[in-house]
Design a protein around this ligand. Sequence first.
Ligand SMILES: *Cc1c(COP(=O)(O)O)cnc(C)c1O
Length: 380
Amino acid sequence: MSVYHDLGTRPVINACGVYTDLGGTVLTPGIWAAMTQANASSVDMIELLEAAGRVVADLLGAEAARVTPGASAAIALGTAACLAGADGAAMERLPDTTGLRGDVLIQAHHRYKYDRMVRLTGARLVAVGDDDGVTTERALAAALDGASTAAIMVPAHLDGIEGTVPLSAVSRLARAAEVPILVDAAYLNFPPAAMAAHLAAGADLVCFSAKYFWGPNSGGFIAGRRDLIEGVAVGDFTRYESGQHLIFGRPYKMDRQTVVGTVAALREWFEMDHDARLSGYRATVEALARDLAELPGVHLEPRNFTMIETYGAVPVNCLYLRLEPDVARATPAELEAGLRAGDPSIRVIGEPDGIAIVVETLVGDDANVIVERVRDLLDG
Ligand SMILES: *Cc1c(COP(=O)(O)O)cnc(C)c1O
């Protein structure tokens, strides 16, 4: 009986990729061992976070860094640092921004799912763009106001899209106005050396999620300018606990295992043979394709499922099963529901004309279980 059955639920085979709703990835034995060691004794959390931050900063070649409970918390804490700096009294007043520069600018086409984290601090998120959402350098320069602009937020995966000013140009404007740039690069961690690219391009702070480098799902970090990282430290849970500053960051609490696991995962990510990782995905997809060949009305296509949930060619990380209507033994919706219904529940990406089996998050015997269940649902 698994711990999940004991609680009245069931385990899931994750053939979707990294999703918080599925609890993140299965941690490697190395990361789990580090977390188990951290469990064995207490530690001074202020010292641990300072030491962990130095290791993370060294890996990236950044001035400073601090582990946070995810990238969302990194955005909120980084924003707080841009608002209040390392001034504990000002930090304590948040989300009341009276007397502080309280606006965070974002280009209209950069609005995205996680930008609301900025507002948790009390900051006002101000979108800059014309009626079509287009932002020009001139409009951004005009919106930058020394008296009210605390930061500019840039989601890195949207940097340079049409109708926006690229980070390099934003950086020139921001520097002239002495306004920091906060970048969310949550999943832009490959190759590892690229994790410092946004700081090199002029960002002052950059946020990452540990979920995307196979770390604890509730881990992440923020890296960048030393004075701003000091502000993050003033705003996070450690100072609350020590009674120094009763700040809004208290709910962004971490246990020591998460801090240690995040650093262990980042170290593994930098040391990993990524060519082997990617060729492993291809080999798994090819094995699945062999085992699922010749099902009626099923067309198999090795594909790349991207972080923005679109499909490309390479690197191959998923097998797309396209189902021919009236020939395949199930519709895509029936196949997805059939896989989801069992125990373990199998989660795949459902599409109008088929399903995608993403192999990055498969472990152990998962691929064989999937083959068996897909065959059951689609065989003659
Ligand atoms: C997942 C994600 C986040 C949030 O990261 P957490 O570590 O889950 O808080 C932020 N930004 C982007 C682009 C993400 O994909």
